[in-house]
Design a protein around this ligand. Structure first.
Ligand code: TEU
Length: 580
């Protein structure tokens, strides 16, 4: 299915589809999605036309962070199936002409990983140095309030350090206390990880999505201690990020990984680094092919634009901010490096609820958002259910949430009187990761056709209206619109390779840009508002007679446009013309 273009890596014209296994499809009725469930739904992905599947973690795990806490890197958790199920799935994916990329979570392991069990067993265990063990703060007793080695907070509330009573030292965990950070300074750690990665590639997988990979190098002081972070007004902890986001040895580590794992592989496995806090300048370094680090990064700028002081402080998006941000990334990675493009994943609320309208204009705003995203330069990622315009969960009560980040934040903020119950529930409704984690809605039967058992999280009650079966039968569905976008990327080199020019950067309603490649020019237009808006571009007349390639309004004529009409609410249009 992957149609490579000459002079471009295969992934330039590819679209990746993310599967979050526990919510995709359940084959055995235990209420949790599994590998056989995925195998049973590959027709959906083949029809959609995606080239690559990225599988969120399926490794053995205590599931404290839904699989991002791994206790064995070379196995499959029984809740998802077995290695034999995995091999069968991989073979089927390959037979259908698709690739499969694994999630690689190596900033941390589970505290139940044998490496950590050994490491915590004594000061002089050979694996002691595989993790970040540090004594209490000078002149303080282990366990005393504030005795943690630094003042950093964990991403999932509470301090980033936990005391191990047996040895009287603390270990670092940037995420949950069940996710101790690996010490990448230790060459044995790196060698063990590279060997595990080669094992998966030898088994046939086609690459890795690397979880928080820009956190692996920590900026320790000369004596090995880690520095405190600045405490923002009203915050409970210091911000450790400046001391581990893109730390001092990050490029060295990724170059070493590339040499040890990827360099000799002619099939060019895909490598995408998830990098919170990465800047454009850093991303150029990470993705410049000559440097041999990763193919592309997930940056977070555009998904932080509707946030204030922190993740939970939500405000409406200003379209001009979005354009300024994407515009800088497109320009910054135009000559060297490569962008990945995403709205949704398992950590983000659903885009149609977030930047679109999940009521009256759900389908139209979802397809407009898809058009704008997919036609930027870069590799687009579709998160399961996005192709159906699935919406946020709209949960009402805290006991409906399962995500550790959401549940911990709610408890911590309430306990410290930082917010009241009502405003916390409102914030969760807007941003909780569980918004993306409700089950894929396959059909209108009970539990959306996801499971015959008791689902692990409530199915979104809108499944009778929003489901795959209905959309498969409806040529004007969101699903088929995504399919047209993917087909367009495969067929039209200007989508994969064209230069990018932002138009109307100061307009708060219309997102407009140009892609040009050789003699071909594409004009992409999206109305981010519920009102009609004119298209105000300087050479509008030049588009008279251009071909209307795509339009998200049912019945919209797709050829022979005579001018650039006003855009209807949430309308998207794509025109093509030949120049020169
Ligand atoms: O996410 C990294 C990350 O920064 C997230 O913490 C996310 O941005 C956050 O939820 C927003 O507050 C990765 C995984 O994608 C996520 O699912 C894991 O929980 C996390 O790493 C730890 O492995």
């Amino acid at each position: 299915m992957t149609a490579s273009l000459p002079d471009a890596p295969w992934w330039a014209s590819a679209v990746v589809y993310q599967i979050y296994p526990r919510s995709f499809a359940d084959s055995d009725g235990d209420g949790i999605g599994d590998l056989r469930g995925i195998a049973g739904r590959l027709d959906h992905l083949e029809l959609l036309g995606v080239d690559v599947i990225w599988l969120s973690p399926v490794y053995p795990s205590p599931q404290d962070d839904a699989g991002y806490d791994i206790s064995d890197y070379q196995g499959i958790d029984p809740i998802f199936g077995s290695l034999a199920d995995f091999d069968a799935l991989l073979a089927d994916v390959h037979t259908r002409g698709m690739k499969l990329v694994m999630d690689l979570v190596v900033n941390h392991t589970s505290d139940e990983h044998p490496w950590f069990i050994e490491s915590r067993s004594s000061h002089d265990n050979p694996k002691r140095d595989w993790y970040w063990w540090r004594p209490p703060r000078a002149h303080m007793e282990p366990g005393a309030p504030g005795a943690e080695p630094t003042n950093w907070g964990s991403s999932f509330s509470g301090p980033a350090w936990d005391l191990d009573e047996r040895t009287g030292e603390y270990y670092l965990h940037l995420f949950s206390r069940k996710q101790p950070d690996l010490n990448w300074e230790n060459p044995e750690v790196r060698a063990a990880i590279y060997s595990m990665m080669r094992w998966w590639l030898d088994r046939g997988v086609d690459g890795f999505r690397m979880d928080v990979i820009n956190f692996i190098s920590k900026a320790a002081n000369a004596d090995g201690s880690l520095p405190d972070g600045i405490v923002r007004n009203g915050a409970l902890f210091g911000n450790g990020r400046p001391h581990y986001v893109c730390g001092p040895r990050i490029h060295e580590f990724l170059q070493e990984m590339h040499r040890e794992v990827f360099a000799e592989r002619p099939e060019m496995p895909l490598t995408v680094g998830e990098m919170p806090g990465v800047t454009v300048d850093e991303a150029v370094l990470f993705t410049d092919p000559a440097r041999g680090e990763v193919d592309m990064v997930f940056q977070f700028e555009h998904v932080d634009l509707d946030r204030g002081v922190d993740w939970w402080d939500v405000h409406p998006l200003r379209l001009t901010d979005l354009k300024a941000s994407f515009g800088r990334w497109q320009a910054g990675l135009a000559d060297l490096g490569w962008n990945s493009l995403y709205w949704d994943n398992h950590d983000q609320p659903r885009v149609v609820s977030r930047f679109g309208d999940d009521g009256e204009f759900r389908e139209r705003s979802a397809t407009m958002l898809a058009t704008v995203l997919h036609l930027h330069r870069g590799t687009p990622y579709v998160y399961q259910g996005e192709e159906l315009a699935m919406t946020n969960a709209h949960f009402e009560r805290i006991d409906q949430y399962r995500d550790i980040e959401s549940v911990n934040h709610y408890a911590e903020a309430l306990a410290h009187g930082q917010a009241d119950e009502g405003s916390l529930l409102e914030a969760l409704r807007a941003v909780s990761r569980d918004n993306a984690r409700t089950q894929v809605q396959w059909d209108a039967t009970e539990n959306a056709g996801f499971t015959t058992g008791e689902p692990w999280i409530a199915v979104n009650p809108n499944y009778p209206q929003i489901n795959a079966a209905e959309q498969h039968d409806n040529p004007s569905s969101v699903f088929y619109y995504y399919r047209s976008l993917i087909t367009l990327r495969h067929a039209e080199p200007a989508v994969a390779l064209g230069d990018f020019t932002m138009l109307m950067p100061d307009d708060e309603a219309v997102y407009a840009f140009l892609r040009s490649h050789g003699q071909t020019e594409l004009l992409v237009l999206g109305n981010f508002s519920p009102e009609p808006h004119p298209v105000l571009i300087s050479d509008a007349a030049a588009w008279t007679g251009a071909q209307l390639v795509l339009c998200n309004i049912d019945g919209g004529a797709v050829t022979g446009a005579s001018s650039l009409p006003e855009l209807q609410p949430w309308e998207a249009r794509v025109y093509r013309r030949q120049v020169g």
